[in-house]
Ligand binder design. Structure first.
Ligand SMILES: Cc1cc2nc3c(=O)[nH]c(=O)nc-3n(C[C@H](O)[C@H](O)[C@H](O)COP(=O)(O)OP(=O)(O)OC[C@H]3O[C@@H](n4cnc5c(N)ncnc54)[C@H](O)[C@@H]3O)c2cc1C
Length: 344
């Protein structure tokens, strides 16, 4: 039976309606869409029939690319992308003894305001090498999360493309294997490492970089250098240029492209969230419209949330007024954003 009413589940604490689960998502309610949805429902699937506005928050711009949007991927010349990283959670008995190898460690709970303690990075790297292992990433880090729980950042998978499923599978398998190798190697050192336990690994490798979909504005390295401000600014970015080397053979720290770049707090305009090639499509998060250098700075979680929020508002206004997002006046979006943020 076609589910014509979307069930919503309201999270008590946040009163945020969440769309229900669907096995089949039909995009477009024309004759083909309606019949497709009916057929799927009659075959027993939970169906969601979509008509209207779309927001691509897949990180890699999957929806926009399949809708025919133009995009850029990786470094201009080579198309090389930042490496992927397989993260893990570990625990240990005696953190005080491991303190010299833990980032942001001050003998107690995690420090609030923190800068990377590169002495701890170097000594942790030497410990891994003392265990007879050359890690794929030299800037190896142990982050204390809470109590004895820590996150392990020791893996970099180079040359894997976010838009190639085989690459992601290969990188995930290789990343997980390296995590097990390093934890086993450290435990073999004995002493404070003897109590090291692998708690969890992620289901899929972490992807830093995918497609950057062409929008009505492209955030550029020059915008970062001059700290560009915009009338239609949805957020200000303070995170610096952070390009993990795209070629592990050259260096496993920052990419040479990062050395040339400068950054002052800059703004992301609404126009960078509106797809140029498809009228009813918006973008949120790391697939928004920008160049390689700018992406390395705005790709972080805070900007992803802010740009997702702005696209959500613009999509709602466009759907309610049956107009394209590009023709929604910025003051209308800003007003709704302010109301939303004030009500939170
Ligand atoms: C190892 C690593 C460490 C990082 N450390 C930090 C940090 O310390 N601080 C920080 O702020 N940022 C950090 N980042 C960056 C940050 O995590 C991401 O850039 C951010 O999560 C981007 O958010 P997003 O919503 O755009 O994309 P993502 O977080 O990538 O989310 C995309 C979502 O879409 C889903 N998806 C993908 N393709 C499809 C599809 N075809 N159909 C349906 N769903 C799909 C994915 O499963 C995922 O749930 C790190 C990134 C990595 C990889």
């Amino acid at each position: 039976m076609l589910d014509t009413t979307i069930e919503t589940v309201t999270e008590i604490e946040k009163q945020v309606p969440v769309a229900g689960e669907a096995d089949v998502l039909v995009a477009g309610a024309g004759p083909a869409g309606m019949v497709a949805a009916l057929a799927a429902a009659r075959a027993g699937a939970g169906v969601c029939l979509l008509e209207g506005m779309f927001i691509d928050t897949t990180g890699d711009g999957d929806l926009a690319a399949r809708a025919g949007c133009g995009y850029d991927l990786g470094k201009d010349e080579s198309g090389a992308c930042q490496p992927m990283t397989f993260m893990a959670l570990v625990t240990a008995e005696d953190l005080n003894a491991l303190g010299p190898h833990i980032c942001f460690w001050d003998g107690g709970e995690p420090k609030k305001h923190k800068t990377v303690n590169y002495r701890a990075v170097e000594s942790f790297y030497s410990e891994i090498r003392r265990a007879g292992i050359e890690p794929s990433y030299q800037q190896t880090k142990l982050f204390q999360i809470q109590g004895n729980l820590m996150s392990l950042m020791v893996n970099h998978e180079y040359g894997a493309s976010a838009i190639n499923a085989e690459d992601i599978t290969r990188a995930s398998v290789s990343g997980r294997a390296e995590i097990h190798r390093i934890v086993k190697g450290l435990k073999s050192l004995g002493g404070p490492w003897a109590g090291l336990q692998l708690v969890a690994t992620c289901e899929q490798i972490g992807v830093r970089e995918g497609r950057r979909i062409h929008g009505h504005y492209t955030v550029s390295a020059e915008d970062l250098a001059v700290g560009r401000q915009h009338e239609d600014a949805v957020c200000t970015v303070y995170f610096g240029v952070d390009i993990h080397s795209t070629d592990g053979k050259k260096s496993t720290s920052q990419d040479e492209a990062a050395h040339k770049a400068t950054m002052r707090p800059y703004q992301i305009p609404m126009r960078a969230l509106i797809a140029k090639d498809v009228d009813n499509l918006l973008l949120g998060g790391r697939c928004l419209s920008g160049d390689f250098i700018a992406h390395s700075s705005y790709r972080v979680t805070g900007t992803a949330a802010a740009t997702g929020q702005a696209s959500g508002i613009a999509a709602a206004l466009a759907a309610q007024t049956h107009t394209a997002p590009a023709s929604i006046e910025w003051p209308e979006i800003r007003e709704q954003l302010q109301m939303l943020t004030q009500s939170e």
